[in-house]
Design a protein around this ligand. Structure first.
Ligand code: NAD
Length: 430
């Protein structure tokens, strides 16, 4: 495989992983970002996100000279063969993806791109964006290819280097083949599609996952009403290979930096063609209800009102294994608890004690949280929380209620410590 010159614009979760992994495959990569501090830290080998293997890959790339960082996008772009766009596409005012970072970048570099360069879009963007980028570029000698990214935070490097599939969407087949060639060393299945299909794939994948999670949370609600156990139900159901076991765990509601904005953007796309997409609408509404349900469950366990109650939160990140707080359901639940008058303290292995996150006082360790709280809510399934000394936790806690929104804790262990562990979709019958 020939070594290629690649520029990656946007050095966040997707861009940094893409840059470091492509460098590890032998390419010459320049990562660009507008965040001067981030680039300075990366040059010094400091990685802003918690991603297993990423720091090593970045260091190897820097030592070999194949991975560099800059804020000077124009100079970087001038000699490149491939330009990867890994820019944020947050929820815009109309609910759709906000493409301003992508569009302003494309407008800025359009005259600098060398002849024959391929622009590869890795961000999650609505159908038609490749065509729109091509229009903004107005450069018949520059092709635009869609190459959506499927990595999961917490396993980004493995997901990138051992993907289930690589999707390359190109309306110009030769450009698609060139992008597919960049990954040839991975020996992964490459699905070559038209640009519109590739753009849709990413939204379909994320909306399907969101739908699965909303369905599971609704099943949990049914289990509570009928005194069934959600874990047993889902274990049995998931053994059917047509359904599968993964993503069949109840929780406080889904969130993160992608599922909420991508499901909203899919709805917006549907709106533009007059399709109401009732299933997706219900998926989103169900999730809002799930977050509320967590709060109502705590209030009920607490005797009705949360006004003035000191509630300790275990976990703030949107899932375990990452330090990403963006769109975290833990923060959404916290906001609802605060709206009902609860005073919030929290602990998360990735958030330093003494800081404040959205009005929540963060403490160094869970025992400190217990010492200052009347009830606990587990919101992120960090293994550290399961392994706590729950007898010690119970001694500190000024009450007995623990709401485990991830069914992560051992109810028996908590029970023998004198605590009452309320799960999601679990019967409280002895
Ligand atoms: P991020 O916020 O972590 O990173 C974006 C980076 O782009 C930041 O470092 C920011 O400083 C930089 N940036 C913003 N505007 C810029 C500009 N004009 N020029 C140069 N740099 C600029 O975002 P992310 O999580 O990496 O997501 C990027 C895209 O990939 C989004 O469309 C997202 O939906 C998609 N995606 C994300 C994930 C994920 O798990 N995070 C997975 C798959 C796809």
């Amino acid at each position: 495989m020939a070594e290629r010159r690649i520029v990656v614009i946007g050095t966040g979760y997707v861009g940094l992983t893409t840059g470091a992994c492509l460098a590890s495959l032998g390419h010459q990569v320049m990562c660009v970002d507008i965040d001067v501090e981030k680039i300075d830290r990366l040059r010094a080998g400091r990685i802003p996100m918690l991603e297993p293997g990423l720091a090593d890959l970045v260091r190897d790339g820097q030592v070999s000279g194949r991975l560099e960082f800059t804020v000077d996008g124009d100079a970087a772009v001038a000699g490149t063969e491939f330009l990867f766009l890994c820019l944020p596409t947050p929820k815009g005012a109309d609910g759709g993806a906000d493409l301003r970072a992508t569009e302003s970048t494309v407008a800025r570099i359009r005259d600098t791109l060398p002849v024959g360069c391929v622009v590869v879009n890795k961000s999650t963007v609505p159908v038609g964006t490749s065509v729109r980028i091509a229009g903004l570029l107005d450069r018949p000698d520059v092709a635009v290819v869609s190459n959506p990214e499927f990595l999961r935070e917490g396993s980004a490097v493995t997901d990138f280097l051992k993907p289930d599939r690589i999707v390359v969407g190109a309306d110009v087949p030769e450009a698609g083949a060139r992008v597919a060639g960049l990954y040839s060393r991975l020996r992964a299945p490459v699905l070559v599609t038209d640009a519109a299909s590739a753009e849709l794939v990413k939204y379909v994948a994320n909306c399907f996952l969101a739908m699965k999670l909303s369905f599971v949370n609704a099943v949990a609600e049914m289990c509570e009403h009928f005194d069934a156990d959600v874990d047993e139900v889902l274990d049995a159901v998931g053994r059917d290979p047509r359904i599968g076991r993964s993503y069949l765990r109840p929780g406080p509601g889904w969130g993160g930096s992608c599922l909420p904005k991508d499901s909203d953007a899919m709805l917006r796309m549907a709106d533009t063609v007059g399709f109401s997409f009732p299933l997706l609408r219900a998926t989103i509404e169900s999730n809002a209800q799930q977050l509320e349900r967590v709060v109502t469950k705590l209030a009920t366990a607490f005797g009705g009102s949360l006004d003035g109650a000191r509630v300790g939160l275990l976990g703030l990140t949107f899932k375990a294994g990452t330090n990403d707080l963006r769109g975290s359901p833990a923060l959404a639940v916290a906001e609802l608890l605060a709206a009902r008058g609860a005073e919030l303290l929290a602990c998360d292995p990735t958030v330093a004690g003494g800081t404040e996150v959205d009005g929540i006082t963060v403490m160094d360790d869970p025992y400190q949280v217990a010492e200052n709280a009347e009830a606990l809510v587990l919101l992120t399934d960090w293994p550290q929380f399961r392994a706590l000394d729950w007898v010690r936790m119970a001694k500190f806690l000024d009450g007995t209620v623990v709401l485990d929104t991830r069914n992560h804790l051992d109810p028996e262990k908590l029970g023998s410590a004198g605590l009452v562990c309320h799960g999601i979709g679990r019967s409280l019958k002895p």
